[in-house]
Design a protein around this ligand. Sequence first.
Ligand code: 7TS
Length: 422
Amino acid sequence: MNDERRTVAHGQVESLDTRHIRADFPILAQQVNGKRVVFLDSAASSQKPIQVLQAMDDVYRCAYANVHRGVYAFSEAATARYDQAREKVARFIGAPSAEQIVFTRNATEALNLLAYSYGRHFLRPGDEILITELEHHANFVPWQVLAQERGLTLRFIPITPEGQLDLDQLDELLTPRTKLVSFAHVSNVLGTITDPRPIIQRARAVGAAVIVDGSQSVPHMPVNVSQMDCDFLVFSGHKMLGPTGIGVLYGKRELLEAMPPFLTGGDMISAVGFDGPRWNEVPLKFEAGTPAFVEAIGLGAAVDYLSALGMEAVRTHEREITAYALERVSEVPGAKIIGPTDPQIRGGVVTFTLDRIHPHDLASLLDGEGVAIRAGHHCAQPLHIRLGLNATARASFYIYNERRDVDALIEALYKAKSVLKR
Ligand code: 7TS
């Protein structure tokens, strides 16, 4: 695997060799309802290659014992693999050091950690937090709760009719009271890719810390925290070929060091006496209890897999397939694409409505054809309120999807229309 463009069997040039990639994903070889699996819901969670399954299986079979405890061989082997996984993740996102990678359960837990630890420690009544109208609930609810609890003001960057952040409003929204700015690098509904740098620079000018929600960007495109210069970045392992139960919080070292712990207990202390505890060094200060180290090792294998493909090639592949899907879906009578139609600023999600067919009915009918899409508000209800829609249908793509998956989606959409006589 490398990032060169290849000519595949049917003479088409593609950036990724999807035929070989698909052979690494056992689940894609199955049939659903007697049909070839067309999995178009990777924005919710991706499928897993055998390399990730094997890395975890191997720890359980050959190197399993609790980490950071034993002086015996199994514990040392598991600890070494766990530490390596942290280093791989750090390199993958361009973090200056592995100590700046805190393992969490998922992006949601990473954002809650920030709300509890950073938010409750550094924010004062009257301070302002700036988020956007397009956030996933994971980057919405923790700030609503914090604002209510601490007397803070929550403000929102609006979206334009095309579904981009309206940055013309930024100067007005950023005030000397703004202490925190948090936004999705890529929207899980609109697919909008937001260039984080201008927001980070302007937030920095008013002294606000910046959190980037990389849940939909880190799996799909090159992301470098050092170039971006964000204060924090969060993402989930399960959306990037890794297992469930493992996520990441990257933070600037001085901020992580200044923040109090989130959860307390074993592993996160350096010593405990009857007079109280002393905290462990970063990142262990934020990792109370036995960590999900087998899952972290699985994430390390996922990072290896993606790095071997090359994240530029992953992005190019998704841009191509998204462009094709945008074109094909928009040709279906009654279909309306939600979000930017320019594939340059759109990640691998195509969200749409189909005239007079409820997205849930559509998703069920598509399932009958072996096509898995997501329907609903995609945990972005405020955005749907803003769009004036209750629900939308969403097809999302990853490294194993091919143009024929889009063709199958289109065929299934026409079939659904004829079944429902719409
Ligand atoms: N932020 C964004 C932008 C997301 O898309 C998601 C999950 C999260 C945060 C939360 O991730 P978690 O792993 O902590 O749950 N998005 C979706 C989705 O679009 N469909 O299902 C989950």
